[in-house]
Design a protein around this ligand. Sequence first.
Ligand code: PEP
Ligand code: MG
Length: 900
Amino acid sequence: MRPMIQTETSRVNFRWIMPFEEGNRDLKQLLGGKGANLAEMTRAGLAVPPGFTITTEACRAYYQGSNLPEGLLEELQQSMTALEQKKGQRFGDPTAPLLISVRSGSVNSMPGMMDTILNLGLNDETVKGLARLSGNERFALDCYRRFIQMFSNVVFGVESVYFEKILRTLKQERKVDTDQELTAEDLSGLIDAYKNTVKSIAGKVFPQDVQEQLELAVESVFRSWNNNRAVIYRRLHAIPDEQGTAVNIQSMVFGNLGDDCGTGVLFTRNPSTGERKLFGEYLTNAQGEDVVAGVRTPKAIAEMEQEMPEIYQLLSDTAAQLEAHYRDVQDIEFTIEKNRLYMLQTRNAKRTAQAAIKTAVDFVHEQIITKEEAIERLDTAHLNQLLHPSIDPSIALDVLAVGLPASPGAASGQIVFDADVAEQWSKKQMKVLLVRNETTPEDIHGVIAAQGILTSHGGMTSHAAVVARGMGKPCVCGCEAIEVDDEQKQLMIGGRTYQEGDWISIDGSTGRVIEGKVELTDVNLSDELLLLLTWADEIRHLKIYANADHPEDARKAREFGAEGIGLCRTEHMFFGNDRLPVVQAMILAENLKDRKEALDRLLPMQQGDFEGLFKAMDGYPVTVRLLDPPLHEFLPNLEELNEQMAHLIQNGREQSSDAHKLRQLIKKVRSLHEVNPMLGQRGCRLGILYPEIYDMQIQALFQAAVICIHKGIEVIPHLMIPLVGHYTELKYFHGRITRMAQEIFDAAGVKCEYEIGTMIEVPRAALTAEKLVPYADFFSYGTNDLTQMTFGYSRDDAEGKFLTYYVDQKILPNNPFQVLDRDGVGQLVELATTKGKNLKPSLQAGICGEHGGDPESIMYCQEIGLDYVSCSPYRVPLARIAAAQAKLAADRRDSNCNLA
Ligand code: PEP
Ligand code: MG
């Protein structure tokens, strides 16, 4: 429903605009994050320059009609009049000109992705007024030339390089290094040159009518919602395209009126480490975007304590007030105009995963939030950052330079200087490091493609730093010791020159830039994360198992808190150098006797593996899936074999024993060939055709169990039959396993509890689940195959062929191999679980496909009452948190239902 705002009797019912005094933080959907927080700060009595917000609804209406929505201009006019009254200035009036900023502001923060225009309202006349009022002609002209550049860039699409080139040339002519050294006369000339550029490049006259400026600016900010970088960013962060941006119109304050002015960015706690200490940067005598743009390297906020002690005190008090109010770390933008502090923005700070963990734990200890809130706040995708590799401290490194440690984690990659190249190379599976003087939002695709980012300019709040932190990419910025030559595609560090394609490494946790490729080590979980994980464990209902095939994986999984192995893909035990030839001999065997001989050789190896798994999982279940893939996967491919044969023939060795063996092999490979192997002789079908293979695995498993029992290890074997489609397949193995277990236990004189279950990967199995129940203690949904067979998409081909395109074109909301498809695949899972549990309440049900580590899928598993999820060891910590979040969401839903 549209808000009907009526504040002054003179005002009509406003549909599209809300003044700051009338909004609040709860109206984020309508006002965008920035607008809602500006309103909240205004209402809290903080010094916020007055203004108003054009709602996201207006933006959506704009996109529906491709025009500014009806009534918006009238409301804009009235809101400007109200603003003029508040400020005692008039828009376009040279005697007391009102200048405004026009800023985008989406619901979810999208730093730098959309457009902003500052100093709007300047023209040839008002600039004179500004000069007079500020007593500083140079300052006024400087604002004007910046405005022309920004406006023409955003509204007319004139690229900044044209203006920068003119500025550079002028500085060279005047033999000065900085913009500040240019005189008022220089700037006046620059303004004329800029206007001529706009005319020649865009074919437009720079508008002198301030009303026209305003209308064009608003429309351009709406349009910037759909610029390339914003679209890419939204896709990356799953922000809905239809949301639209708000536009904030705010009266200008100036941080560049002299040395008692400045502008800066402040975090209430350190966004990299989470340390409870003000963190930020500022520049004196600077405006708006200077700090974040990374053009001048700013000063640390601590210096302000000496330079402007009163302002510093007020700023830290305000920061504390805002943090307490929002109960979260704040990222604050401020401007000081003639010794007066103004707050321009506050928002929940983007932070590294490390900082997110530390602040969540600290907030609980400081009794600001509850443990549940701490868990709910965590962004599991972001936490991935903590599971990133780092550089082993014991390795001797050739450190080339040290920059700012902007985003933690280490990365090695081949140097690229251009975002497009980064993208192209990474598509070829190359690892690249994006090296730039500074990144801009246009580089977003290169940042996504790169392993890490290195910049020579810019501070910890520069664009590169903010974006990299958000994505969990290692980043070193402000590394002044490097020299980047974009044109020559060269990087110079301390007398050494690196070309595009050379390898270097960065350590985003320490700021080091390192020669060549370095070995990266495993991750270590911090004490705070371990604590949060124990809180998550207290909350969650879903058990978290791991998919682990080797004892080392099982140990890692335990370290990360897995409560068992939910899937051991036994075929992965067959690929080692010592095993593959035996497996191949087993496959090539012409008769049962030869096959059994090969299996006898495999048995001790397989048994040893199982012993290792039981030992690592002492007291926790180990779910072993009997052999699944088609046999041809263990043999070389036909093309390769044919080439070898051609080679032998070429060398006249076609009658040799090698050629004879090769012929046999080719014959076997041909006989195993299937048009659709994933729908062919695999899983339990293979086990039924060659029962001796499964027998060997069953024997190995129970013998391993017996040995471990003798060693005092608590073993809990779960045997799992893959690819069952008809209950008779499961029944067949149920009988066989029960008989063999009994024989082995009887012979050993010891026994253990064990379970037999089935994977449900074929839709028919889900549909006939009630028939499986008598033979199953558990159902494990193999959601990879189940997705493949439900959609009819080949899981090996779909992504490369059409699936990515489907997702891009929004034919599908996301890749169903990553996020469980609730409507189709999920329906099968839910149906089978309900049928199963109705008949056998003790039946355990869980998923073990890739979806087991995906938070959204975990949420669904909780909703439909599954018992566990199983995922790769490295995803276990995230799954523990996601499972706790899912439980909290379910509790909230239940309590809402009870209230309703
Ligand atoms: C599955 O199909 O979901 C599964 C876990 O088995 P695999 O991926 O080995 O086919
Ligand atoms: Mg499968």
